[in-house]
Design a protein around this ligand. Structure first.
Ligand code: SAJ
Length: 414
């Protein structure tokens, strides 16, 4: 089967780069999103998110006529669903975006089409998606009804790209492809081979779903180990950064870095999907989440104690993004910490975030956004929350008279 027209549903951090990657291989791509602003921006050849090199790719794809965005699904040979899968209260996965997307696509499906779920999903979500589509289209057959001879093929192929490096990783990373049947897997493999240079490895849908959750849980558990070590070292008066550097000289030890907590919309979310589906077994995974979620409170406590040494302290939070050198503030522990400090010390907190121009609504009015030089000159307490490259270049002499809480080891690691 050859895929002439490919539709990507959800034009966010994953969907848009994926749409652009197919378009760069001269496939006709129809991007679909419920956000009219995103659709209009893309159709102008511009982008509504920040990701290095993506703007050039989208601009070329749109101007050469390979990529077009719309709010309504249209007929295509393959559909990729890349919509958010947040959790609701109680850390339960919320599949409502997947349900809405699959119900929106169902009316335009035809015999021979392939539907791939890319969104990170709890085990069983791909089968649920196939059920929703089957419910809407009794005239077509789906893999759960007809196996390999179904009219529509359905697979899961989780995205695995690292924000900030999406364009390279999209092409180079291996892909895990889990079809609902063997034929579904083969068809999805053919689709991804259009632009993926990494290996496309075939498995079943449930294993592919679990594989993605496992990858992010692995990282979460390992970051929790580093964060727990940082608390232990603080108690024992040991420099955790030096300790980790030394321990990592062992050929089979590779400890990650402690920080102010775990942010972003993936690692802090996905492990809960495993906990939700196997609560009695997922003890370590749950504990890791708790360790990482508790870390911002520990940082706030330390900053408060430091501030108490001054009569009218000015506190500068260096960095708000969820990790270095990006502008993404989603689920950022730095934002949480800055907010708590601003509530405790109204009018006495400033934030330095070189990658944004205005504070997000939740911080606006609570604190000022200021440049690094002013913060370093005026603040009494400096809380380093993100290891942005600008912060790594600060001369330690400028910090000598201050109380510094370095949650990222920027000073220790150089
Ligand atoms: N962090 C630490 N210490 C570390 C590494 C990370 O505190 O040693 C923190 C970061 O500062 C950040 C959070 O963890 O707050 C997550 O950052 P990250 O760089 O580990 O990961 P993400 O969320 O940007 O992207 C992850 C990636 N998954 C893995 O590396 C296993 C990416 O490949 C996935 O595609 C992405 O999640 C996703 O979309 O699921």
């Amino acid at each position: 089967m050859s895929f002439e027209t490919i539709s990507v549903i959800g034009l966010g951090y994953i969907g848009l780069p994926t749409a652009a990657a197919f378009a760069a291989r001269r496939k006709k791509v129809i991007g679909v999103d419920v956000n009219q602003h995103a659709v209009d921006t893309i159709n102008r050849g511009a982008i509504h998110i920040v990701e290095p090199e993506l703007d050039m790719l989208v601009h070329a794809a749109v101007s050469q006529g390979y990529l077009r965005a719309t709010t309504n699904p249209e007929a295509a040979d393959a559909f990729l669903i890349a919509v958010p899968t947040p959790f609701s209260d109680g850390h339960k996965p919320d599949l409502s975006y997947i349900e809405a997307a699959s119900r929106a696509v169902a009316p335009v499906l035809k015999k021979g089409d392939l539907v791939v779920l890319e969104s990170t999903s709890p085990v069983g979500a791909t089968a649920k998606m196939a059920e929703w589509m089957a419910e809407m289209r009794p005239d077509l057959t789906f893999p759960q009804q007809m196996g390999d001879s179904s009219d529509v093929r359905v697979a899961h192929c989780p995205e695995r790209v690292l924000p900030g490096h999406v364009i390279r990783e999209l092409v180079e990373n291996d892909r895990v492809i889990g079809g609902m049947t063997h034929r579904c897997s083969e068809s999805a493999r053919e689709l991804y081979q259009v632009f993926v240079r990494g290996e496309c490895i075939v498995t079943d849908a449930r294993t592919a779903e679990m594989c993605k959750l496992t990858e992010n849980s692995f990282r979460d558990v390992n970051i929790a180990f580093a964060n727990e070590l940082s608390l232990i070292c603080d108690r024992l008066d040991i420099n955790v950064w030096e300790l980790i550097k030394l321990a990592n000289r062992h050929p089979r030890v590779d400890i990650l870095q402690p920080g102010p907590g775990v942010g972003g919309h993936c690692i802090a979310v996905d492990p809960w999907f495993i906990v939700d589906s196997a609560p009695d077994q997922a003890r370590l995974i749950r504990a890791a989440r708790t360790v990482n979620d508790d870390k911002p409170h520990w940082v706030v406590e330390r900053a408060e104690n430091a501030a108490k040494r001054f009569r009218e302290p000015l506190i500068a939070c260096l960095g708000l993004a969820f990790k270095a050198n990006i502008d993404d503030l989603r689920e950022s522990p730095a934002v949480e910490i800055a907010k708590h400090l601003a509530d405790k010390f109204p009018g006495q907190v400033v934030a330095v975030e070189p990658n944004i121009h205005r504070l997000p609504d939740e911080l606006d009015g609570r604190m000022g956004l200021c440049d690094l030089r002013t913060a370093l000159a005026e603040a009494d307490v400096i809380v380093i929350l993100v290891d942005h490259s600008q912060f790594k270049q600060v001369d330690p002499i400028r910090l000598q008279a201050k109380v510094v809480i370095d949650t990222r080891g920027v000073l220790a690691r150089g």
